[in-house]
Design a protein around this ligand. Structure first.
Ligand code: TXA
Ligand code: MG
Length: 356
């Protein structure tokens, strides 16, 4: 891949000026990839209707082609170009939750290349709720595919610095509008099944969807790995997806907190550097370990504020990893609201190895 001298441009997150985003839009129009902010995480965008532009996304991320992409739009008028036989339910979801952190899986239209859908007959679509994403999509004037702008298997980026850490030299441009407001990816809702099915918990809580769709079910698919001979029912849902570069131990169950501190003590005594993702309330049980020189704490905020935890999660993983810890410890938190998405991301990061 031709190495790029990756540019980072700063834009106002609330009132971006068209002139600031014009170069980014032009790159998209020319078939290049551009990283840009959304309310969930930073995305790596490309023209959804141009297979060679789409191919550049997979190359830049090192992402397998079996993992389909989400098409981003700025207006409902664009939907006809992307999906066919759009059910009433989809229009109602759009009316209630767009722009916002909800992705709808619908029957795909002809214009969408199979490289976007991993060869499938369905397509994922969302309308992001971020002034910068919105203006960029308007200026580019075409549907834009955008996976999270991280290297494959790395945590999703919630700042432009995270994008730069993963993709410097691999993409021409990053639009920086500060940290993402939600911090976990969109909720993926499949409307092509007999029952509306959440495939990925995300920024829009299941409880909110259930108000509109009382029969919505949550059916994530976890796979140890992708590829091989076994077909993948829901592509891209394998476990090794948000894996930090160091082992993550996830403590669950009644004594999770006490066990976590006990294990931290064991690693510290053995001379290791320990990173802990922790809610403020959990410091109470730190005992004598709290100020150990080889213990690094990454605060997720208060347990009472799941939105804050979601916002901090991926940044916490990256900061501990960058600090060079040997182990990362965390415990499961309540699954209410956006907490379900946090729980899911922790489970994926630990590759399913939960300490109970
Ligand atoms: O919040 C988000 O959704 C971010 C921002 C940038 O918009 N994007 C994002 O994209 O998270 P990505 O590629 O990292 O995740 C896309 C998810 C994957 O879990 C993929 O399997 C699922 O959407 N997906 C895409 N197309 C699908 C389809 N046709 N059927 C089922 N799942 C699909
Ligand atoms: Mg991703």
């Amino acid at each position: 891949m031709a190495p790029f001298d990756t540019q980072v441009i700063q834009v106002d997150p609330k009132r971006p000026r068209p002139a600031d985003l014009r170069p980014a839009a032009d790159l998209l129009i020319q078939g290049q990839v551009v990283a840009f902010p959304t309310e969930t995480v930073y995305g790596l965008g490309a023209n959804a209707l141009d297979p060679s532009a789409v191919a550049k996304i997979f190359a830049a991320k090192g992402r397998p082609a079996s993992n389909p992409l989400i098409v981003h739009i700025h207006s409902l008028d664009q939907l006809a170009q992307i999906a066919v036989d759009v059910p009433d339910l989809a229009w109602r979801c759009a009316e209630h939750f767009w722009p916002g952190p909800l992705t709808l899986v619908l029957p795909k239209a002809m214009a969408i290349p199979y490289s976007v859908t991993a060869g499938g007959e369905t397509v994922a679509v969302r309308m992001p709720n971020h002034p910068v994403a919105h203006l960029l999509l308007c200026l580019a004037d075409r549907p834009v595919v955008a996976p999270s702008a991280n290297l494959f298997t790395r945590p999703s980026p919630t700042t432009a610095q995270h994008v730069l850490a993963d993709l410097a030299g691999r993409i021409p441009l990053i639009v920086d509008a500060g940290p993402a407001a939600i911090g976990v990816e969109s909720t993926v809702l499949d409307l092509t099944r007999p029952q509306p099915t959440i495939l990925r918990a995300g920024g829009l809580p299941q409880e909110a969807l259930a108000q509109l769709l009382p029969d919505v079910i949550y059916a994530p698919r976890y796979h140890a790995e992708e590829g091989g001979d076994t077909p993948i029912p829901s592509p891209g849902m394998m476990l090794k997806h948000y894996a930090p570069g160091v082992p993550l131990h996830l403590f669950d169950g009644e004594n999770a907190l006490a066990r976590m501190w006990q294990e931290a003590g064991r690693f510290l005594t053995a001379g290791q550097r320990v990173g802990m993702m922790i809610v403020d309330e959990d410091m109470a049980l730190a005992g004598g370990w709290a100020d150990h020189p080889r213990l690094l704490l990454a605060s997720l905020g208060s347990q009472k504020d799941p939105a804050q935890i979601a916002r901090h999660l991926f940044a916490a993983m990256r900061s501990l990893e960058q600090a060079g810890v040997d182990q990362i410890l965390a415990r499961t938190l309540p699954k209410e609201g956006v907490g379900l998405a946090v729980w899911d991301r922790l489970l994926r990061a630990t590759e399913g190895r939960v300490v109970r």
